[in-house]
Design a protein around this ligand. Structure first.
Ligand code: IMP
Ligand code: MG
Length: 179
C-alpha cells in the first residue's frame, strides 16, 4: 500500500485516482441530465473542494457560472459561540439554481449552516454536491443530492483535503494509518 507522510502522521492510499475520476464523471453526468435547460451557479467551497471542482466543472456541459466561496469562522464578541459567515459570493443568486460543491460532509453542520445562509438570498433551488460523505458521522440531516463516494468515519487527506493545511496536492485519497 502506497504511504504518504503528512507532518507527524502516516496515511495510506484508500481511494485511487482512477476510482475518484470514475465517480466524478458519474456525478457530472447526473448534474448535466438533471439541470438540462437550466443555467446553474456552482459554488465550490474553498479550500478543500478546489481540485474536485476543477475536475467536475470540466465535465459540465451546461451554460453555468462558477463562484468560489469560503466560510470564515471567528469568535463572536457578544456570544460565546463561533460565528461562521459565508464570504466571497460575488454573484447574485436570487432566482438561480445553485449547486454547492463541497469536499466532504462529516457531521453535516457546515453544510446545514451554508444552506441556511444561502436560502436567505432566495435562490430558485439549492443542490448539494459533495465529493465525499461520512454517513456514520452525520449529526444533522442535510439534503445531499450528488456525491461521488461514501467513506467510513476515518480521517482522510488528498485530492484537495488537508491535515493542518498540508496534503492537499495528491491525485489519490489517503486514510490515516493508526499507529
Ligand atoms: P462537518 O461540518 O462536520 O460536516 O465538516 C465538514 C468540514 O470538515 C469539511 O469541509 C472539511 O473541511 C473538514 N473535514 C471533515 N472530515 C475531514 C477529513 O477526514 N479530512 C479532512 N478534512 C475533513
Ligand atoms: Mg471544507
Amino acid at each position: 500500500m502506497e504511504k504518504l507522510q503528512v507532518l507527524d502522521k502516516t496515511f495510506a492510499v484508500s481511494i485511487p485516482a482512477a476510482q475518484i475520476q470514475k465517480e466524478v464523471s458519474r456525478v457530472a453526468a447526473e448534474i448535466n441530465r438533471d439541470m438540462q435547460g437550466k443555467e446553474p451557479v456552482f459554488l465550490p467551497v474553498l479550500n478543500g473542494s478546489f481540485i474536485f471542482a476543477a475536475d467536475l466543472l470540466r465535465q459540465i456541459s451546461l451554460p453555468c457560472e462558477v463562484s468560489f466561496i469560503k466560510l470564515a469562522s471567528y469568535q463572536g464578541t457578544q456570544t460565546s459561540g463561533t460565528i461562521r459567515e459565508v464570504i466571497g459570493l460575488n454573484t447574485d443568486i436570487t432566482g438561480r439554481h445553485v449547486v454547492i460543491v463541497e469536499d466532504i460532509i462529516d457531521s453535516g453542520l457546515t453544510m446545514a449552516h451554508m444552506i441556511e445562509t444561502l436560502e436567505k438570498q432566495n435562490p430558485a433551488s439549492i443542490s448539494v454536491c459533495s465529493l465525499l460523505v461520512k454517513p456514520s458521522a452525520l449529526k444533522v440531516q442535510v439534503p445531499i443530492h450528488y456525491h461521488a463516494l461514501d467513506i467510513p468515519n476515518d480521517f482522510i487527506v488528498g485530492y484537495g483535503l488537508d491535515y493542518n493545511g498540508f496534503g492537499r496536492n495528491t491525485k489519490d485519497i489517503y486514510t490515516l494509518v493508526e499507529s
